[in-house]
Design a protein around this ligand. Structure first.
Ligand SMILES: [Zn+2]
Length: 214
């Protein structure tokens, strides 16, 4: 696991480093809620991006690492946890039976970002929200609704879920350790491409607020 995680983290860091020079402030609407993926994230802390970095800059790295960890756990599950693997496969089939997934297949820069207006704006002139396009899971197809699990099956499923959680923790810790080794290059990129834009924005704001500069 170690060697593959190290090289995968390296690739995600490289991809993020290639993206950062293109970042511009204000390309994303301000969020109405804290991002569950980024707020208090041990991944961002390990990367040294947890403070004084705009969320739109943090988020792509969080999502890349999240996907990496999920992939590793998925591979482990497929190889070692047959019951959980089967259950997850069924959930995936049910999802696939839905016709349209408006929030899937977006780039990591948008993944997990709220694309819809906040619910507190009922009179806003939006024609539609993405949420309206998400269809409920269909329970009609008998193939997608297998017979209920026995007590023993449920018990072993619970054991497998715990094993998957444990594995996710191990991978997460390993990823954080590897990320800590990339801290310098990540922070250099922030200092070079992000910080000057943030400072310029603050200076702009200062001169707008200061009546003497007009
Ligand atoms: Zn986020």
């Amino acid at each position: 696991m170690d060697a593959s995680i190290e090289s995968r983290v390296g690739r995600e860091v490289e991809a993020w480093l290639r993206w950062v020079p293109r970042w511009r402030p204000g390309t994303h609407r301000a969020r109405s809620r804290l991002c569950q993926q980024c707020f208090g994230s041990p991944v961002l802390k390990a990367a040294g991006l947890d403070t004084d970095v705009p969320h739109a800059v943090q988020h792509p790295l969080s999502m890349r690492v999240k996907t990496l960890i999920e992939d590793e756990v998925e591979t482990y599950t497929a190889q070692n946890l047959p019951m959980l693997h089967r259950e997850l496969g069924l959930i995936e089939l049910r999802r696939a039976a839905q016709a349209y997934h408006p929030l899937e297949g977006l780039g990591p820069e948008f993944d997990g970002i709220e694309l819809d207006p906040p619910p507190s704006e009922p009179d806003s002139p939006y024609l539609f929200t993405f949420e309206e396009f998400v269809q409920p899971l269909s329970a009609d197809d008998p193939e997608l609704v297998p017979p209920p699990l026995s007590i023993e099956e449920k018990a072993s499923l619970r054991v497998e879920m715990r094993l998957a959680d444990d594995y996710a923790l191990i991978v997460g810790r390993r990823v954080c350790a590897v990320l800590a080794g990339h801290k310098d290059e990540l922070q250099n990129a922030i200092a070079r491409f992000v910080e000057p834009q943030v400072q310029a924005l603050l200076a702009d704001l200062g001169s707008t607020l200061d009546p003497h500069s007009r």
